[in-house]
Design a protein around this ligand. Structure first.
Ligand SMILES: Nc1ncnc2c1ncn2[C@@H]1O[C@H](COP(=O)(O)OP(=O)(O)O)[C@@H](O)[C@H]1O
Ligand SMILES: [Mg+2]
Length: 276
């Protein structure tokens, strides 16, 4: 089978694109205000995030980059409602986030697929929990199997799939829930470079048709610049915002973008910033 066989309705993509106002003209979807996070460790408290404020707009693709240990996962977990901040608040649509909810789906670096379920059962699981009818479940699962090109593997178990295919299942699983916000924690970091690049393109295409708000964490600047509307560069721990970059490259984007001089120049500039 061809692993790149991801369906994109280019007409639909450009339709969606042209109807959307610039990110900063849209409503604020998630407001992070004066957020601080600490962990209690053997030798006392460790300050991980310090006074971080950030607005994420409706249907924006926002990437957060920062070196390992700067608090990226902690930040995502707070937005997910999995852990509580030491101080500050996170609001979604004006409501404080205090617990996980179905309107926020998470994709982690490690696959969150159940090894004892088939691809199809994995995709169906969350929809079952959401109490969708069997007919509706079948319809959504079929659609996502087609979108990520895994129809032929729907009855396979995760162990029978490559890492890239498992990640496709994982991303499809999260998107099939039709969340308002997708929280992604270095989802492609464990993949080899070629698979990673392919999945980035596929994921952008998928996102272009669904257009939910995405908060995507990575330590890979190239990945961030390729995917995002805006890139937030974090300082090393305790995490603060060092810089916010409006990514100037138009959509739809293809892999060739990474070889363009303007892309490489911006990447170089930010690499310098990230390292300083
Ligand atoms: N549950 C925890 N208990 C104590 N310290 C933690 C815990 N989780 C993370 N840390 C520490 O907090 C810092 C930030 O971690 P994390 O948010 O995972 O960073 P990142 O995702 O950017 O690599 C690290 O120094 C890490 O060791
Ligand atoms: Mg992390």
């Amino acid at each position: 089978m061809t692993l790149t066989r991801v369906h994109t309705d280019q007409k639909l993509v450009s339709q969606v694109e042209s109807q959307l106002p610039a990110p900063s003209d849209r409503a604020v979807k998630i407001r992070i205000a004066h957020l601080s996070a600490t962990y209690q460790q053997a030798r006392g408290y460790l300050s991980v995030i310090e006074d971080l404020s950030l607005d994420i707009y409706e249907r924006e693709f926002l990437c957060i980059v920062g070196e390992s240990g700067c608090g990226k996962t902690t930040l995502l977990n707070i937005v997910a409602g999995l852990i509580a901040p030491a101080s500050g608040e996170v609001h979604m649509d004006g409501q404080p986030i205090r617990a996980p909810g179905p309107e926020r789906a998470m994709v982690f670096q490690e696959d969150a697929v159940f090894p004892w379920y088939t691809v199809r059962q994995n995709l169906e699981y969350g929809l079952k929990i959401a109490r969708l009818s069997q007919a509706r479940r079948d319809e959504i699962v079929d659609r996502y199997l087609r979108l990520v090109g895994l129809e032929e593997f729907q009855h396979a178990y995760p162990r029978e799939l490559s890492g890239g295919m498992r990640k496709r299942v994982d991303v499809a699983r999260a998107m099939a829930l039709d969340p308002q916000v997708l929280l992604m924690d270095e989802p492609f970091a464990a993949l080899d470079v070629l698979t990673k690049e392919r999945l980035q393109v596929e994921f952008l295409n998928l996102w272009s048709t669904a257009r939910m708000t995405v908060l995507f964490v990575t330590h890979d600047l190239e990945e961030a610049l390729f995917l995002a509307d805006r890139v937030v560069v974090m300082s090393s721990r305790p995490g603060r915002i060092r810089r916010i970059v409006n990514v100037p490259f138009p959509r739809p984007r293809s892999a060739e973008l990474k070889t363009e001089p303007a892309f490489q120049e911006l990447r170089r500039e930010l690499t310098h910033e990230l390292g300083s």
